[in-house]
Design a protein around this ligand. Sequence first.
Ligand SMILES: Cc1ncc(C[n+]2csc(CCOP(=O)(O)OP(=O)(O)O)c2C)c(N)n1
Ligand SMILES: [Mg+2]
Length: 1014
Amino acid sequence: MLNKILVPDIGEFKNVEIIEILVKKGDKIKKNDSIITLESDKSSVEVPSEYEGIVEDIKVKIGDKVSKDDLLITLKSKIQLNEKPEEKIPTATKKIIQEAEKTLVLKEEFKEPKIINKKKESDEKIEIVKSGDIDPIETKEWIESLSAVLEKDGKYRAQYLIKKLIEHSYKEGSDLVLSRNTPYINTITPEEETKSPGDQNIERKIRSLIRWNAAAMVVRANKKNPELGGHIGTFASAATLYDVGMNHFWRAKNNKFGGDLIYFQGHSAPGMYARAFLEGRISSKELDKFRQEVNFGGLSSYPHPWLMPKFWQFPTVSMGLGPIMSIYQARFNKYLINRGLLKDEGRKIWCFLGDGETDEPESLGAIGLAAREKLDNLIFVVNCNLQRLDGPVRGNGKIIQELEGIFRGAGWNVIKVIWGSYWDSLITKDKTGLLIKRMNEAVDGEYQAFKAKGGAYVRKKFFGKYPELLDLVSKMTDRDIWKLNRGGHDPHKVYAAYHSAMQNKGTPTVILAKTIKGYGMGKSGESINITHQQKKLAEEDLLYYRDRFDVPLTDDQVKNVEYYKPPENSPEIKYLKECRIKLGGNLPERSSFAKGIKTPPIDIFKTMKESTGKKEMSTTMILVRMLTNLLRDKNVAPRLVPIIPDEARTFGMEGFFQKIGIYAHEGQKYEPVDSEQLSSYREDIKGQVLEEGLTEAGAMSSWIAAGTSYTNHDISMIPIYLFYSMFGFQRIGDLAWAAGDNQTRGFLIGATAGRTTLAGEGLQHGDGHSHILSSVIPNCKSYDPTFGYELATIFREGIRRMYEKQENIFYYITTMNENYPHPAMPKDKLIEEGILKGMYLFKEFNKYKKTKIQLLGSGTILREMVAAAEILQKEYKIDSNVWSVTSFNELRKEALEVERYNLLHPESKPKKTYIEQCLSLTEGPVVAASDYIRLNSDQIRPFISKGFYSFGTDGYGRSDTRKNLRKFFEVDKEHIVTYSLSVLAKEQLIPSKHAKDAIKKYNINPEKPFPTKL
Ligand SMILES: Cc1ncc(C[n+]2csc(CCOP(=O)(O)OP(=O)(O)O)c2C)c(N)n1
Ligand SMILES: [Mg+2]
């Protein structure tokens, strides 16, 4: 049977060019193998074969223009043309859908094993408070019915009935919104709590020692030098939350298991050091180097992998970044599993955050994604100490209730851990319902004061509101009342919550743990507004702290703020170590056993290095072509992670939808509206593209997760995140800084870049400074290439350095949407080195050998420079060298190092900067320009010993044509000619009349205000 392969539906495009033919006559091809690459003026896309067979004839050639239904090849094959095409949904996806559907049904049918309330409460227990109740007897009947259901059929049945009642009331016309909140009590009832298998006595002792040493290291550092700072209050509030995790839940990475990933709250770092000290991983000498990192071996103030690369895994101290990064980390784990690159070992991602921190938009901004993607590998623990830095998080409200509503609304499993075990019997004893009512009523400002002001105060202000509650505690002393503990300080409650979170399936979990800021710090810092910054403890408070936690130190030792570590064979140290051995090793610990990725062969980049002839292309398109080629390299292809925040079509990447699919954890449950088209929107559980939707912070967090996969999963991935360059560093600068700290490896592509190049979009889109922003990140290498071969050279080197040599750097490359022809890569061997170092001689104009000027241009403005050089030669007999500057940033970094070396070696022969090597033997002054603000090219000014003049796009961008914009910002060829003539006149190399004439000729208004003022 002879089958014809025609051009499929390619959307609105007609007459698109064939740029590659990927098969030969006689080739045996499989269904879906790519046969031809088509390229419109916006994107390139591969056409797959619909059939399996042997290529009989190729009916087209490279350069042909084709449209829908044109014949491409004929194929000898066994399959009939009219055979029913295979169903579009891949089998794996279908299976997942079926399984998901099955579990849905199961969940509905699932009945909670009956929990018989052992102490069945009498009628009084459910007597409700009368206020607002118009018919208490009716209410009582309803409640009794519900109690009966709870007792007989369990809570799921009760919940089901309530749900039905609510639905029914809506149907009948009620539009009252029912609360997403549960009462202000623990989610897990005492009867449902799973008990900790640990030895509570020993665990308390260990925790006390960790508390002590954590506080001591801060106090000691500040005794030495008060400017060092540090925090005691945060960890003091969270010690139990960490301890229970460390002793019982968090599994380390080892050769059998990938390890849980823990995002520690930044300000609790001293607690992690203090535990590592007891474990013998950190010495007392090192503890004494807390916040003194300049000389080797210091301990970072907060989690910083860059500074402690064998210890910290995640930088978290910039509030909000830990939470969002952990969500995308959990999602990336599932992505790797679904793509078959990682074993599913049930690993968990835990993220600790402060309650104040939840105000950061990044903290809560992605919780919807976590629920949508069913990230049951993710557990948030919010340390609700009710305080932030200046005062209460919600003085007049209740942060726990607020967060409960938000997380539950988003679809999370919420576990509230509010009250400690001492409250259990009180809650049981309360027959009036008033205790829970009072708990619900009191606001956080009051709860904070209760813990700062003692038992008598709590009796009066909390219980005192209702006589029945005063009765309830009448037999308790003030001390007993003071001992009524909060859930987050009760290891039993915390254990039960963690255990429950570990079992949860299908949704992420948040644990809202109520704690006390500065727990144990006494008058100098417990639950008071200044707690956060308290880094000193008065002598009496240190003694109090010692006594409160029974730390075996003498008064003198306390006054000297000595550390305490029991002997190695003590029960405490043995217990602590055994716990970690059981859990597979130490935490936190950072390591990488990832294998390198072989740099793809030169020929993958061959087409990028050839001339495009007359064909005009943008560098963004060339990049997409290059990625398409890279997907044919077997080493690189599976590791590529293209990340796009809803801009694939802008960048011409829609061809990737069909080719590698969009990652979707449930596959594709619908037939896409454009299913007939070649670039149809294809979601797949094995999809490779991360189509993030409109979230730059989310996309950046995905990029970080993928770019640190080499350490977190021991598999190197190559994330390539493409974005509008203006919405890059400016928008997610803090995440980019954290990415550097995290030693992320990957490519950031600032596409459609340049203030005059992205013409119509205007002020908020026109980027003229992203290279300045990227330049401040020490391990980020930025490039602004003009031509395809420059881009290919930089990209290949990036892969070589980051993945073959495994260097901890990342690349920021700008690509543009302006179409122009690209020349072939010059044969000179030094070109490649020049491209990578930041500049090379692109073209020499040497006709008249009289007056010369050096023109340095970058990105699209290099082309204005070339055009200006032609005019200068033709009309003014002025020669020039045109230099392509691929990176002013790289030039500056190298020059700074050389200059420093020379200054510190005054008697040695000075080394030459690369800029000097390029320019020192050339003639004439230097004119430099880019599509970025002058600061970009000004970066090299100090290293040039000739007249240096820089031009750029300072000021707000605006919408217009490229030509008008370049004229406005004075970076068009006419301005470059004019300024060059003026510069040469200033340097007394030519008379000034040429510049004057040019100003007139090109209609330049010398009185026009500087663009920054317009
Ligand atoms: C982005 C950012 N803004 C401000 C700070 C300064 N800061 C550090 S901690 C803190 C208060 C934190 O309060 P909370 O999140 O409740 O933590 P906790 O009470 O547990 O210390 C502030 C404002 C920061 N670290 N990061
Ligand atoms: Mg707080």
